[in-house]
Design a protein around this ligand. Structure first.
Ligand code: NAD
Length: 361
């Protein structure tokens, strides 16, 4: 009998809950929006965006014509409760029966708050790669404290992915947002609730993004690369919505919450270090990542990819003071968190020190 006959066949077991969300993907998919809101029975739609995307919000309002109940271009990072309150009042005054959220994670976060209370359904039109539209996770910040929760009611009713809307993403923003998406796929691979299906999505999502980002940098106006990146981001967002995130997301959540560091840039800097920490322990689960990147050592491949395309290199560059390392490390270990390799205060400090200085992984 040879070795293969001796080896027990691998078995697996998992749970998976697909999001009940219709996705429209394609160049010029935005043109479908009026039909989508119509099908959902929405007649008075509030258009949400950040101030930076106000012109796009106005174009969306035009597209909706009589069915637009107003534009609120005041979404901000971390969903401040005061902004939610203003937009809620506007929705009430204008008798809005739904929203369209055009923008990145900040705008979709605002739509999620309105989906929770007063329960307005919404269509997401993502213009970055953050992936919030694929998750039941909501957040709200009040008096400097961010509360988060999980509720399927905050998922959009439909999503429109139109790569033309991402052409305006500056190259470095596309790169950091893309690395943010890749981080979802990485942690989904070793999540406690991962599955072979999620691993397929993660591998293809990373492959698409890692090959698209250099092409975007080379030719920012190329629609094919932007489309590939957006498709990869959707796959990675699906991974995020389907699994429980680990050390990397915990580190970024604390750095964003406690020090107000920028979201996508923080993910970009921290990912190689968090991955290097987990790599040996989770080698088998991470095999699809190596295949997607064509490397035997994914932490260095990701660090080189981001740095080669002009992304920030260290937490110091993002504005973190060296004196904050201990406080952040304490916050990171203050609550138990799923992670393939156990980590304590010393490991958290060492990892943060390396990321702060931007050392090679
Ligand atoms: P963002 O939405 O704040 O966008 C960053 C900036 O980029 C904004 O000024 C925005 O106007 C601009 N922008 C967006 N799309 C653009 C485009 N196509 N062209 C030019 N500029 C554009 O940032 P983000 O990285 O998309 O999202 C980060 C936020 O989302 C964080 O607050 C994070 O916590 C949250 N988030 C939540 C989840 C979740 O599951 N709840 C998941 C991921 C991110």
């Amino acid at each position: 009998m040879d070795d293969q006959d001796d080896a027990a066949p691998e078995t697996f077991a998992f749970g998976y809950q697909p999001a009940p969300v219709r996705v429209s993907f394609g160049p010029a998919a935005l043109a479908e929006l009026p039909r989508i809101t119509d099908r959902l029975g929405l007649r008075r739609v509030l258009v949400l965006s950040t101030p930076g995307r106000a012109r796009l919000a106005a174009a969306v309002a035009d597209l909706l014509g009589d069915h637009c109940a107003g534009i609120c271009a005041q979404a901000r990072m971390h969903v401040p409760a005061a902004v939610v309150e203003q937009v809620r009042a506007r929705a009430r005054d204008n008798s809005a029966d739904g929203c369209v959220a055009v923008g990145g994670g900040s705008t979709i976060g605002l739509a999620k708050a309105l989906a929770l209370d007063p329960g307005l359904p919404y269509v997401a039109v993502p213009t970055s790669y953050a992936g919030s539209e694929m998750t039941p996770i909501w957040g709200l910040t009040e008096d400097g404290h961010k509360t988060t929760g999980k509720n399927p009611a905050v998922l959009p009713r439909a999503i429109v992915y139109d790569a033309e809307l991402t052409l305006s993403l500056p190259v470095v923003t596309a790169v950091t947002s893309g690395m943010n998406a890749i981080a979802h796929a990485v942690e989904a691979l070793y999540a406690p609730d991962t599955s072979p299906f999620v691993a397929l999505l993660a591998e293809e999502g990373v492959r698409r993004l890692a090959t698209a980002l250099p092409r975007i940098a080379e030719d920012p106006s190329g629609l094919a690369a932007r489309s590939d990146a957006l498709y990869g981001a959707w796959l990675c967002g699906t991974c995020l919505g389907a699994t429980t995130m680990s050390l990397h997301h915990k580190l970024c959540h604390v750095l964003g919450g406690a020090l107000d560091l920028p979201h996508a840039e923080t993910h970009t800097v921290v990912l190689p270090y968090a991955l290097a920490f987990n790599e040996e322990t989770a080698k088998r689960q991470l095999a699809p990542l190596g295949r997607a990147l064509g490397t035997w050592y994914p932490p260095a491949a990701l660090q080189n990819l981001a740095r080669g395309l002009g992304a920030p290199r260290s937490l110091a560059e993002l504005g973190m003071a060296e004196g904050d390392i201990d406080r952040v490390a304490e916050l990171v270990v203050s609550q138990p968190y799923a992670n393939p390799r156990p980590f304590g205060l010393d490991q958290a400090r060492t990892l943060l020190r390396r990321a702060h200085r931007g050392l090679d992984v």
